[in-house]
Design a protein. Sequence first.
Length: 548
Amino acid sequence: MSAHLAAMAARQPDAPAVLAPHRDRAGQLHYDQLTFRELNADCDRLARGFERIGIRRGVRTALMVPPSLDFFALTFALFKVGAVPVLIDPGIGLKNFGKCLAEAEPTGFIGIPKAHAARVVFGWSRRTISIPVTVGTKWFWGGHTLDAVRRAGAGELTDQVGFKSGAPNTETAAILFTSGSTGVPKGVLYTHEVFAAQIEQLRQLYGIQPGEIDLPTFPLFALFGPALGMTEVLPEMDFTRPAQADPVKLVAAIERFRVTNMFGSPALINRLGRHGEALGVKLPTLRRAISAGAPVPAKTLARFAAMLPPGAQVFTPYGATECLPVANIGSDEILGETRAQTELGKGVCVGQPVAGLTAKIIRITDEPIAAWSDDLELPPGEIGEITVQAPQASRAYFNREQSTALAKIPAPGGGFFHRMGDLGYRDARGRLWFCGRKSHRVITRAGTLFTIPCEAIFNTHPAVFRTALVGVPRGGDTELVLCVELEAGARGQAEAKLRTELLALGAKFPHTHAIRTVLFHPAFPVDIRHNAKIFREKLAVWAQKQLG
């Protein structure tokens, strides 16, 4: 990652790399900025400073800094010095956060004062953290300030600091924790090779060019921008609550800086699309929008795509923290073709596998698979578990051998297949279709139901925002329960009438006719990272209580 930044600093030194908003006491909006030359130079200073205080090659270092100029400088400086940044979503909850830190066993901890205060109060990684760095005012916890690290970094950057540009490297580059939306958060080991493969995939897949302007609404994805030569314009928003982002502020930033690229979770794309539909807003400078984290409903895509100029699309890459991207599809293909099949319960098409990636659909099992065998693979059209082999696939979880054994299948020649934990199938054209998480399938005496194909039937009702199929143990079997979250404008409608209409919809299809219980939920619990992945496990507990 740092080698790509240095290359862009040489190529376009005076172009802005990052712009960060702030408001003065009068409420006026201003943007601070670093050019590519300035960002790279600041990373050099910080890398030298880190080396001198003991954060050097291989040292795991937790980073708790919100998106800002410092966030970019610190992250790339850690890559440059060869340290291993540990990145955890701040909104996963105090208990989970402490568990993640305990697993990662960091030596360094770089954070704002609030993060350090929480670290001390809750005793996070007290045994391993010995090099605390405070971004801002240091209080009672000792250690270094970011300003002091910068001062310590004066002078020439030694050859021993950082990695040589273009050299493939299998060393650990970072530990990125999953959101834990279907279990406990796990630390994914990223090597420099994985990052390099991801950067090249994104460049080729979307035709991203140096000099483009990016509006990143997800912090980790924002780090790819400077490596690709894009200017990152940080939006005014709470990055832990994308579903509550102010569309007026987002549109203002897009218009002011003539943004060409943006990444947004399905929840943010939904919010922005509804705003555009209501007010007739257009975004003529956007060349593309990218949305990931959960399936994007076709009606959400249609709203947002209507805001784009001719030739621009919303792309919905499929993947996970462990491997991204896996497949890709654009809104033109979804709205023009696959949407109709999705609404008939065929799953969500996530497109063709990306170049250089091998995707296989294997029979469903919850057990580890000791070795790859071709007889694991299912024929086209049959639903199974999606597995992939690719340069951008991570090899292991940190300090979780059992999780690694469940997720990786050793392949001949020393490679491996990563089990996505998702269910789906390949169609006759080789495209992947997503049918839900493996852990969310509902098994009854009569058979197994997959969430996405079932829910899509009911999501076509105009009063429905989204649905979730769960199973509730009842009388020695599993009762099928459809949880429903209504559109805001439909929440006053008679539930009995809506229930009858939904059951009539389900009765038309062989895979949904057995669903006879419908419960209305005020607001589904969703993940903190994207505000889009539905916590079906929590809904199942809620449904069981509702049914007594």
